[in-house]
Design a binder for this molecule. Structure first.
Ligand code: ATP
Ligand code: MG
Length: 816
């Protein structure tokens, strides 16, 4: 293939170019968030292909998630200006290893059609072995053994080479059971997740010919998120790269967040030893975030002792400080974030205008765009066009030399939570007000298995004839009612023209079913009838009833006894479900709410807010990021706080760094003073990480009265958090005709839900309660006259404090 022009190189800075153009030999790119590591890695791939140095199938590229792999493939295609024909070896460690192991299964005594066990299967198998060894599963849970074996596999230890220092593991029987487990897996022609890598490492170590073949095949190796590789992955890479040494790894020690899964950040430090003469490229310019965001992230991570220490800088100027908002509770937090998002869509509130005033006209911008020039930052492909459209939409005449107001669409907004149970409050709120969202990396809250099961119980308690609900839970937890028994219940119900529950009762009376199944079914029917009678009972709240149903049915216990890694999360979700009942008068109300909101959402395409965990957000970026739940015990997690030493806490802090650095333009951290946990309110304390945020880069939006007032002096008492300079700037903008027109447009812009449903009671009052010119009193600013009303926001000319924008609910009539 003849070399073609290389416009993609123009998009890189010199350090990135160096990393891209140094095609031969080992390269390590060690750099902070948003410095363009992934971009450089992708471009390197393009360069390999474009210069004819490598064919698509000669490149082995490892990403951390399948999603990242897909994105990289698409980007390469776009940069090449044509669809890239197959990049068969671009994927995650696991996806690549499955393919390899299928080709060489016989070398580890497997057949190529081996099955991959999930965590449940793995545990079941281990339980059998533990029982056979006469070990007390209560004292030595099989789940613990599963964890130990996983860690050993992460370290690439086969049973034969588990070191003597580990001999005491699992009551001294760990190694023996591990060996038995591996034998059993082979007999079953099965592997677990850890085996995928372990077997491949073993094969490479014991079969020189196989290794040599792949060293010839994979002529260039590229690895993203290198800081999160474990020892097995590291060995696998080192073996493959050992011949030609054409390996390029990129990573950031400050973003190592999988230590709990065996990742070893030391792999980065070892790189130069393993590959002497490695080209080490450091990137320091951040292209993603505004200076305040970058400074806030740097401030937090600087508290970690165990780090290499890197400085980041940006050319970007202006931008909003990182917002900080304290709220009463988790529900209010969700409501507030919902409002902020609507403001963002409309270009109001904190999103009112770009604080980075550009002194070029729209025409100049259009001209620069037309030339394919760089606007605010170097973006790829169609983004330019979007910017142009946005510029036109905002200023049709193009005459204004105004800072551009900014609106954000839902795709540009992400909510990043520490724990998945935090998602429930947001999902509920968004479903209620009609903001479309997607949950990345997992099902949405009400679609989770445990939530659907629990809801089926509640439905049956409220309406005993709900056959679908009955079918769902009759044998969950296991009651010895298999397919046959269930068919009998169906038949009896049909013959008698009654519900499944009634049918089951008849079947029992007729002794049509026996053994354990009969006893358990009788218990279930009794329970459902008893719980049903308690619906509406004065002495028992519906929350207590819900807890009772989940406990007495054995459902909670089922997950308590489940030792898979997912079980604790499922229990937390169940707690969250029960907590969420507090908002409703009774179970029926709650069930109606859920069916309505789920219905509402059916089949919505188009732009959506992204909700995901911080772990799932690694490598991604969004213009607007919300980071809720910054409270001790939630973030940092209780486990990391209970641990002795700083290791766990430092990993949590890196997670905070990952979170903040996902934001490009607007980053907002929030915390609540209490949360409902298992139906009971619990006081929460704001996260220690909040105190580590450098004050000068933070804008405290917390209204007075919460936590005894604001966090810093700036913006205290002003929910918009604007300081005096901001306000002056705003005033100028307000007075310009351009702004007025834009505001009118923003008002016309259909929001995804009518304003009235926001802030329900309070705002309705506020909107109708105040009139232009009315004299009012504000707790902080004193007396003044209303000179503007915009929804729940008032513009007031205060007698002492001058013109301010305040929220209606902090204002009362002067005579009240
Ligand atoms: P993370 O550590 O979070 O994974 P990263 O180092 O991989 O970050 P990228 O995602 O590659 O960073 O890049 C961050 C942003 O900066 C992207 O929007 C990318 O397009 C942009 N960018 C990267 N390099 C440049 C450059 N030389 N000029 C302009 N923009 C750039
Ligand atoms: Mg990256």
């Amino acid at each position: 293939m003849a070399a073609r022009p290389m416009p993609y190189l123009d998009d890189l800075n010199p350090a990135q170019r160096e990393a891209v153009e140094t095609l031969e030999g080992p390269v390590l790119m060690l750099a902070g968030a948003g410095t363009g590591k992934t971009k450089a890695l992708t471009t390197r791939m393009v360069h390999l292909l474009n210069t004819g140095t490598a064919r698509p199938n000669e490149i082995l590229a490892v990403t951390f998630t399948n999603k990242a792999a897909r994105e990289m493939k698409n980007r390469v295609g776009r940069m090449m200006g044509e669809a890239v024909e197959g990049m068969p070896w671009l994927g995650t460690f696991h996806s690549i290893c499955v393919k390899l192991l299928r080709r060489h299964a016989e070398l580890v005594e497997l057949k190529s059609n081996f099955t991959i066990l999930d965590a449940d299967d793995q545990l079941r198998l281990l339980k059998q072995l533990v029982a056979a060894a006469n070990i007390d599963d209560k004292r030595w849970p099989a789940r613990q053994l599963a964890g130990i074996i996983d860690q050993w596999k992460n370290r690439a230890w086969t049973p034969e080479n588990v070191p003597a220092s580990e001999a005491s593991a699992y009551d001294g029987k760990g190694v023996v059971l591990y060996a038995q487990y591996q034998t059993r897996l082979i007999e079953l022609n099965a592997v677990d997740f850890g085996d995928l890598l372990l077997h491949m490492v073993t094969i490479f170590q014991t079969h020189d010919d196989v290794l040599a073949q792949y060293r010839r095949w994979f002529r260039y190796i590229l690895v993203d998120e290198y800081q999160d590789t474990n020892v097995a992955q590291y060995l696998w890479l080192r073996l493959l790269a050992g011949g030609h040494k054409n390996i390029c790894c990129v990573g950031d020690d400050d973003q190592s967040i999988y230590g709990w899964r065996g990742a070893e950040v030391g792999n980065i430090l070892r790189f130069e030893k393993d590959f002497p003469g490695a080209h080490v490229v450091r990137l320091e310019q951040n292209y993603r975030s505004t200076p305040h965001i970058l400074a806030a992230a740097s401030g937090v991570i600087a508290e970690n002792k165990d780090r290499l220490g890197k400085e980041l800088w940006t050319e970007a100027r202006g931008g909003k400080k990182v917002g900080l908002m304290g709220l009463w509770d988790g529900e209010e937090e969700a409501r507030w974030v919902g409002e902020q998002i609507e403001d963002a869509q409309a270009g109001l509130g904190r999103f009112k205008y770009r604080e980075n005033p550009r002194s070029i006209t729209i025409e100049q911008e259009a001209e620069r765009l037309a030339k394919g020039g760089v606007v605010s930052k170097n973006v790829e492909g169609d983004i330019h066009q979007v910017n142009l459209q946005r510029a036109e939409a905002l200023s049709p005449t193009g005459k204004d030399n105004l800072p551009l107001p900014k609106t954000y669409n839902l795709d540009e907004i992400a909510i990043l939570v520490r724990a998945s149970h935090q998602m429930r409050a947001f999902e509920d709120r968004f479903l209620t007000i009609g903001l479309p969202y997607r949950v990345i990396g997992g099902p949405r809250f009400y679609e989770r298995m445990e939530i659907r099961d629990a809801m089926a119980y509640f439905r049956l308690v409220v309406s005993p004839a709900d056959d679908l609900a009955f079918e769902r839970i009759v044998n969950t937890p296991k009651r010895g009612l298999g397919d046959k028994a269930q068919q009998k219940i169906q038949m009896t119900a049909r013959q008698n023209g009654v519900s499944l529950l009634e049918g089951a009762a008849i079947l029992l009376d007729e002794k049509g079913i026996g053994g354990k199944g009969a006893t358990e079914l009788a218990k279930l029917i009794d329970g459902l009838r008893r719980w049903g009678r308690l619906v509406g009972d004065q002495k028992l709240s519906h929350i207590e009833l819900a807890e009772m149903v989940l406990d007495e049915s054995g459902y909670t216990e089922m997950w308590q006894n489940d030792k898979t890694p997912e079980a604790p999360g499922r229990l937390e979700n169940l707690k969250e479900l029960v907590s969420s009942l507090e908002k409703f008068e009774n179970l029926q109300g709650f069930l109606e709410h859920v069916s309505l909101v789920m219905e509402n959402d059916a089949g919505q395409d188009g732009e959506k807010i992204s909700i995901m965990t911080l772990h799932a957000a690694k490598g991604l970026e969004f213009p607007v990021v919300f980071l809720p739940g910054w409270e001790d015990g939630l973030f940092p997690s209780q486990r990391s706080m209970d641990e002795s030493g700083q290791k766990g806490l430092e990993e949590e802090r890196r997670l905070a760094y990952v979170g903040i650095t996902r934001a490009e333009e607007i980053c907002t951290i929030s915390y609540a003073s209490d949360r409902i946990i298992y139906g009971r309110r619990q006081p929460q304390y704001k996260s220690r990480f909040i105190d580590e945020l450098p004050e000068e880069h933070i804008d405290d939006l917390t209204p007075p009265g919460i936590f005894g007032g604001g966090y810093g002096a700036v913006g205290m008492g002003d929910p918009f958090g604007s300081n005096i300079e901001d306000r002056a700037a705003e005033a100028n903008v307000y007075n310009s005709p351009g702004w007025k027109r834009l505001q009118a447009r923003a008002a016309e812009r259909p929001l995804s839900q009518p304003k009235e449903s926001r802030n329900m009671v309070i705002d309705a009052q506020a909107i109708s309660a105040h009139t232009m010119g009315e004299r009012v009193f504000h707790q902080k600013f004193g007396y003044g006259a209303i000179i503007g009303i915009e929804g729940d926001k008032l513009e007031i000319d205060f007698e002492k404090a001058g013109v301010k924008h305040v929220v209606a609910r902090f204002v009362s009539g002067a005579d009240d």
